[in-house]
Design a protein around this ligand. Sequence first.
Ligand code: UGA
Length: 428
Amino acid sequence: MVKICCIGAGYVGGPTMAVIALKCPEIEVAVVDISAPRINAWNSDQLPIYEPGLEAGKAADLTYWESAARMIADVSTSDKIVVEKSTVPVKTAEAIEKILTHNRKGINFSILSNPEFLAEGTAIKDLFHPDRVLIGGRETPEGTKAIQALKDVYAHWVPVDRILCTNLWSAELSKLAANAFLAQRISSVNAMSALCEATGADISQVSHSVGTDSRIGPKFLNASVGFGGSCFQKDILNLVYICECNGLPEVANYWKQVIKVNDYQKTRFVNRVVSSMFNTVSGKKIAVLGFAFKKDTGDTRETPAIDVCKGLLGDRARLSIYDPQVTEDQIFRDLSMKKFDWDHPAHLQPMSPTSVKQVSVTWDAYEATKDAHGICVLTEWDEFKNLDYQRIYDNMPKPAFVFDGRNVVDVEKLRKIGFIVYSIGKPL
Ligand code: UGA
């Protein structure tokens, strides 16, 4: 392998190619993207994504997968290995293969599926030390050769026993399955959190106890206001669709429940805020701390904060939002966007023009919480653990409420100060 061209300079392409370039100095790495501003950003000191451990470097222009495949067919003059990396509907590799081979006779294209398992916020660490690298390809001599070539790239820094080789379909489906299992874990723990609140158990203690069973394991068992991010919901819906297309409605319904519980958790949180604040938040100022779908990223795709904010706005709350990495523009765009209609609770509606007036965005947690009747913590940013809560309390009307959707605040300490604290899955 002498040269790799990556189509797409986003959350996956950027960090992955940076690591390949770093680890394989003999391979030339070029990154192209359809968005000129995005490429310019990669070539500047202000990278287009926030990711710990990633520093500014060089990239060049992008297209969507079908036009990308057509373009590859147009310009290829020699045999190529085409690697499908992004999470695309299953069997895309086959479609890419068809476009390439039907448009360019005489050139051999080997299609590989090499799904990425990195998580945002830990992309560089995940790329350096992956649990596994998965490479799917055709079980033909050319396919095997292509798999080996890509394996050699990863072998620069990944132990070979962690590089798994499968057929094309298995690789694509494994990616959907892994995300579905992870999301299912969170929905399971979130469902338990509701039961904990109703019975007086503490979800942290339950998660810990359950996670010490080595068959279950301790990771990914944190109760939350709901999972977000661009992948979990999309991948599960994709899985549901594939199941339905294949005449498996029971399997489809099983996975749908993971999303339903996630929506339920967001609605439950909003209801808890409203009922605690004497059954109405109308005209009350509520500070929202955190808008990104998780800490250490500025990404807001499918963040639970969108549904929670819309729910509170639906009850005519005034919101003052602070997130260390999300811009005001982004927050307004997210709150005005129509959400696709998939079993969503009726009160989670798109933002009306009047709602826009109910929202302000600040660049400081103290400013956001000043004169607020309640605080909702929606992202687990480390800085929210160490805020001066006495100062915050002194600047709020009483009773002062904290609704912690991420279990980051020290409940005892805050209650001593005088706050009324609600934490997901904890005794009231
Ligand atoms: C996820 C997977 O973890 C990656 O392996 C996968 O490569 C990626 O999707 C993808 O397909 O691109 P990511 O969406 O970046 O990564 O973030 P996660 O760390 O998985 O978190 C997803 C959501 O679950 C976040 O909203 C997070 O706050 C929430 N979460 C996570 C919980 O509520 N509880 C937990 O215990 C863990």
